[in-house]
Design a protein around this ligand. Structure first.
Ligand code: IPE
Ligand code: IPE
Ligand code: MG
Length: 238
């Protein structure tokens, strides 16, 4: 059996609030611990030989949460984006934010640009953070750009195939995830990478994100290694 490590792992970081509640703590405590966990998972992923990591940290729908929670999350992003410079140096990790960053305050947008610029030459790990990300929004933004270019005559409609379309997504140039992990028991995608996950393996665990450690990650990789990936065909010898 091939014991291949997935090249690209995507994770829906869910369950911060419930984890904190179970401890009698406020949701903000869960977000703080979840954010700290994001730091260690980058180190683990790098050590395990995974080349691409994409995490869903804030969705286009998450603005619907209370003002207090959204403000707390913005505060956390502000400090995390600065700390992430060190994490990128430590892991020789390129960082890219996917999602509509124009929805954030200018100082957060600036921190994102600084982090992306700082890390752009690193090649050992490619880390995508989905912030104000929604897959439908990403697809529509791409389609709008395609429509503009077609209307200007710069792109011919016949030329639009899957390869061309992918260039208009936020994830342009990054291979599709091999493995999607969602923590904390929900069995849905919540508007995450709808195009890119077409052939990914899914792994759902009850473990909430702040408690998802290296051992849990290794468990997910073991399950992945037992899957029979087919992409519509059948394996030789089957
Ligand atoms: C995930 O944890 C973090 C974000 C969506 C920002 P949640 O905040 O969704 O935690 P639960 O799902 O309510 O427990
Ligand atoms: C998905 O989690 C989004 C992120 C982890 C950023 P949510 O907690 O927002 O998703 P729903 O509301 O349970 O679908
Ligand atoms: Mg949730």
């Amino acid at each position: 059996m091939d014991r291949k490590v997935p090249a690209h792992v995507a994770i829906i970081l869910d369950g911060n609030g419930r984890w904190a509640k179970a401890k009698g703590m406020p949701r903000s405590y869960g977000h703080m611990k979840g954010c700290a966990n994001l730091e260690s998972i980058c180190d683990d992923v790098k050590e395990l030989g995974i080349r691409y990591l994409t995490v869903y940290a804030f969705s286009t729908e998450n603005w619907k949460r209370s003002r207090e929670e959204v403000e707390g999350l913005m505060k956390l992003f502000r400090s995390y984006l600065k700390r992430c410079i060190k994490i990128s140096d430590r892991n020789k990790m390129r960082v890219k934010v996917i999602g509509d960053i124009s929805g954030f305050d200018p100082d957060i947008q600036e921190s994102i640009h600084i982090l992306e610029e700082h890390s752009k030459e690193y090649t050992e790990l490619y880390f995508q953070i989905a912030l104000n990300y929604g897959s439908r929004d990403e697809i529509l933004r791409g389609v709008r750009r395609i429509a503009c270019e077609a209307a200007e005559g710069a792109l011919s409609p016949e030329a639009i195939d899957e390869t061309v379309f992918e260039r208009y997504l936020d994830t342009a140039g990054v291979p599709d995830p091999d493995l999607l992990i969602r923590t904390s028991g929900e069995l849905r995608l919540s508007n995450f990478l709808l195009w890119q996950l077409a052939y990914s393996e899914f792994y759902f665990t009850e473990v909430p994100w702040p408690a998802f450690d290296r051992q849990e990650l290794e468990k997910a990789l073991e399950v992945y290694q037992m899957r029979d990936r087919r992409y519509g065909g059948i394996k030789e010898g089957s």
